[in-house]
Design a protein around this ligand. Structure first.
Ligand code: UD1
Length: 424
């Protein structure tokens, strides 16, 4: 079976890594004699190709993740780069169609909700690879999540990708219900858990060897706060949603909401390139303490600040994991970080009015702070008083990728049987 696995942007890489390693394990479990031999062996062996669309391309947004997640270089790089939604989506579509026509895969796997996800799903759903109109099976990993907010580009990408997919792999119960409500047949939907959490569990221990805490001059024991403050040493902040950072009024409101926390403790802010650009364009630099080279206190040759919002470059996967694990509090508008903090038992304030990941609110450590200063301030107060406890959501057990692979193999086998009986 030939499978193309698509990754385009930073949050995709940790979702595809476990699928690729499940395929490796699957292939190494097949007796050598039958590997790739016709007619049955070729069905059993999975020939995987990683397609990188290039939606994210900077060293710190892409290459560093390949290193940390021990991913081999992509088999195909589309190199689309940045652009408006229309330009980026169209470029991925044009270039991905050429790959499908050349490679004739049996299966295409897309993950998450970025523009590359929808673009490759659309191409796969409409391609015709034979006179009979055959096309690859389309599998969507992380299907069914809904914020019910169609102003988010990701929500549009999710809804459309799910409508097009043949196999929908869901991370939490809410996804199953959402897909049912949208009329997706039950047999297409598989509740398998969360491949982002597969990566988290696989790399959690390795993150201990990150030197980021000492690089920043921070202690590594959770709760070891500066004397007299009564709170832990630092919080971690990420913000990159256009609605939060593209407009001065909205961005300022959030920063004002963080002000009280930043007076009491250090807030580490590894900022997405979009966010860094906006801080300059919107004239918001005075809200931040910036390390020389954007790298933080130690590299400035001075004392580690004990408070303020310290602006950093985007961090590698293992460094960010290490920072989260040891943080007193995480504040974010990312989807994946809400899930990762739930698994790590670290209190999280989501700087949004909604979440497409409600299990992180009901079973996890997440709390919606909204985007107004008073709401954010209240949410921070509530979460700082919260006892850290880990209630891992169902099936977030590190084994989602093998479940996904097994379901794809079953579906592919079924398709082949139907096809061969039709031909006979
Ligand atoms: C994309 C996803 C979002 C995801 C986020 C994770 C969509 C619609 N959005 O948003 O769901 O949460 O990735 O980071 O697909 N840039 C660089 N280097 C890079 C990539 C981007 O400098 O490697 C800059 C460019 O100036 C670009 C801007 O960041 O214009 C935004 O990048 P883009 O891919 O358009 O969207 P994200 O905000 O990253």
């Amino acid at each position: 079976m030939k499978m193309l696995i698509v990754a385009g942007a930073r949050p995709n890489f940790m979702k595809v890594a476990p699928i690729l390693s499940a395929i490796k394990a699957h292939n190494s479990g097949i007796p050598k004699a039958s590997r790739g031999s016709e007619p049955d062996g070729s069905r059993n062996t999975v020939h995987a190709m990683l397609v990188h669309t290039g939606q994210h391309y900077s060293e710190l947004m892409s290459d560093a993740f390949f290193d940390d997640l021990q991913l081999s270089k992509p088999d195909v790089s589309l190199g689309v780069g940045s652009g408006t939604h229309a330009v980026q989506t169209a470029e991925v579509m044009k270039r991905f169609e050429e790959v499908l026509l050349r490679e004739h895969p049996d299966v295409v796997v897309v993950v998450g909700d970025v523009n590359s996800t929808l673009a490759c799903a659309l191409v796969t759903a409409k391609i015709s690879l034979s006179a009979q109109g055959d096309r690859p099976l389309l599998a969507h990993v992380e299907a069914g999540l809904r914020s019910f907010d169609r102003t988010m580009p990701e929500e549009v990408n999710r809804i459309l990708t799910d409508q097009l997919s043949d196999l929908l792999f869901v991370t939490e119960e809410s996804g199953v219900l959402n897909l049912r409500r949208e009329g997706i047949p039950n047999e297409k939907v598989h509740f398998v858990g969360n491949t982002m959490i597969d990566s988290l569990l696989a790399f959690k221990e390795r993150a201990e060897s990150s030197t980021i805490l000492s690089d920043l001059g921070l202690p590594n024991a959770n709760g070891a706060g500066p004397s007299g403050t009564g709170i832990a040493s630092y919080a971690v902040l990420t913000l990159h949603r256009p609605a939060n950072v593209d407009h001065q009024v909205a961005f300022k409101e959030i920063l004002e909401g963080l002000g009280e926390l930043a007076q009491k403790c250090l807030v580490l802010f590894p900022a997405h390139p979009r966010t860094q650009k906006r801080i300059c364009e919107l004239g918001l630099e005075h809200y931040f303490v910036r390390g020389r080279d954007g790298i933080g206190a130690k590299h400035r040759g001075g004392e580690t600040p004990r408070s303020g919002i310290l602006l950093l470059e985007p961090l590698r996967y293992l460094d960010f994991l290490c920072l989260m694990k040891n943080a007193r509090l995480v504040l974010t508008d990312s989807g994946g970080i809400q899930e990762e903090t739930t698994c790590l038992g670290i209190p999280c304030v989501t700087v949004r009015e909604n979440t497409e990941r409600p299990v992180t609110l009901t079973s996890g450590t997440n709390f919606l702070g909204g985007v107004n200063r008073d709401g954010i301030r209240r949410a921070i107060g509530k979460q700082l008083g919260r006892q850290s406890a880990i209630h891992t959501p169902d099936l977030w057990d590190g084994k989602s990728a093998p479940r996904i692979l097994a379901a794809i193999c079953r579906e592919h086998e079924k398709r082949n049987l139907i096809c061969s009986s039709a031909c006979n």
